[in-house]
Design a protein around this ligand. Structure first.
Ligand SMILES: NC(=O)c1ccc[n+]([C@@H]2O[C@H](COP(=O)([O-])OP(=O)(O)OC[C@H]3O[C@@H](n4cnc5c(N)ncnc54)[C@H](OP(=O)(O)O)[C@@H]3O)[C@@H](O)[C@H]2O)c1
Length: 309
């Protein structure tokens, strides 16, 4: 099986390149080889690689910048996945794509299910929703995994920012009225690999089992279990830090920390559909502990007990 992987330099893409090892020949393309802002380059790359499966974690993820670059965000997050999906369908390939909790406006009282109507409140969320819809409209066998609050020990994310700021400051003021589930990028990658393995046939050389793919095709929420706030997330991160400095984490309201893009107050995703169809998911704080206890840099593929695959 040949797997075309995008976004290898990103949090999820980096982990996927390791988690998917053993499932097939991975052709991992970076921005210089396939620029998602250039739809012709996307089409050409898929035609050249002729994959059996496309896994697309690449995205325009600068949520605030998207407010002033919404056309670019829409091309990368909305149109490019649609082109990949069309090309995949023509090849008889399947596609895995990642989307976001930010397709919701956050006004629901409980956890969002896949049946809740999306209503994004920022340009990034609108662009990601456009990507979901383009894939769904293409008719390709697909899995769209909506995830939330992604972190890891590489790249740009809240965990690394909090750790850095805590070394420099005595007080961090962190928003405490946005609710969601921090999700380790490795949980996303390992869960993806486990699901792909289950949807393939063969022992030595895996091939896509088209019946299984079509039967399971659709939208799934894939996030760590439980919920917290950014403030709770920061407190838990710093509770693991052995540094001498004691940084106070002060809760603030969203309105006290204005940003260009609005964020949903409730980002909690119900993952019952994925758990029922495929496998369990770890609690957010257990996964965070594992990440911070040194499993974040190496040992890829060895945390299946954590991801419950
Ligand atoms: N981060 C979150 O908190 C979060 C939350 C919910 C959902 N998600 C979704 O989860 C998925 C993975 O996110 P992530 O956190 O792993 O993202 P990330 O760390 O920001 O990585 C994004 C990746 O996309 C690539 N990329 C961006 N623009 C590109 C272009 N024009 N052409 C080709 N590649 C391009 C980047 O390449 P360069 O290194 O060259 O820039 C990078 O490899 C995305 O679909 C995202 O929307 C993320």
């Amino acid at each position: 099986m040949r797997i075309l992987l995008t976004g290898r330099t990103g949090q999820v893409g980096y982990e996927l390149e390791r988690s998917l090892q053993g499932l097939g020949e991975i052709v991992a393309l970076d921005r210089t080889q396939m620029d998602l802002a250039d739809l012709d380059s996307v089409r050409e790359a898929v035609r050249n690689v002729r994959p059996d499966l496309i896994v697309n974690p690449a995205a325009y993820t600068a949520v605030d910048q998207a407010e002033s670059e919404h056309e670019l965000a829409l091309r990368i997050n909305g149109e490019a996945p649609g082109v990949m999906a069309e090309e995949a369908r023509k090849l008889g390939a399947a596609m895995i794509h990642y989307s976001t909790d930010y397709v919701f406006d956050g006004s629901k009282a409980g956890a969002y299910t896949e049946d809740d109507a999306p209503c994004p409140i920022n340009a990034y969320g609108r662009s990601k929703l456009a990507g979901e819809r383009a894939i769904q409209a293409s008719g390709v066998a697909h899995l769209i995994f909506r995830t939330s609050w992604v972190y890891g020990l590489r790249g740009k994310n809240f965990l690394l920012t909090v750790r850095r700021l805590a070394r420099e400051r005595d007080e961090l003021r962190i928003v405490a009225d946005q609710h969601g589930a921090p999700t380790w990028c490795r949980t996303i990658a390992d869960t993806t690999a486990h699901i792909v393995a289950g949807l393939c046939m063969g022992k030595k050389n895996l091939v896509i089992d088209h019946e299984s793919w079509l039967a399971r095709s659709g939208l799934y929420h894939l996030a760590a279990q439980g919920q917290t706030t950014w403030h709770g997330f920061a407190q838990t991160i710093l509770a693991h830090e052995a540094s001498g400095r004691k940084t106070v984490v002060t809760p603030i309201r969203t309105q006290d920390y204005p940003l260009p893009a609005q964020r949903p107050g409730n980002s909690v995703l119900s993952c019952e559909r994925l758990i029922g169809a495929f496998c369990r998911l770890p609690a957010w704080d257990a996964a965070l502990r594992l990440c911070l206890n040194g499993h974040g840099e190496s040992n890829a593929n060895k945390n299946c007990e954590m991801t419950s695959c």
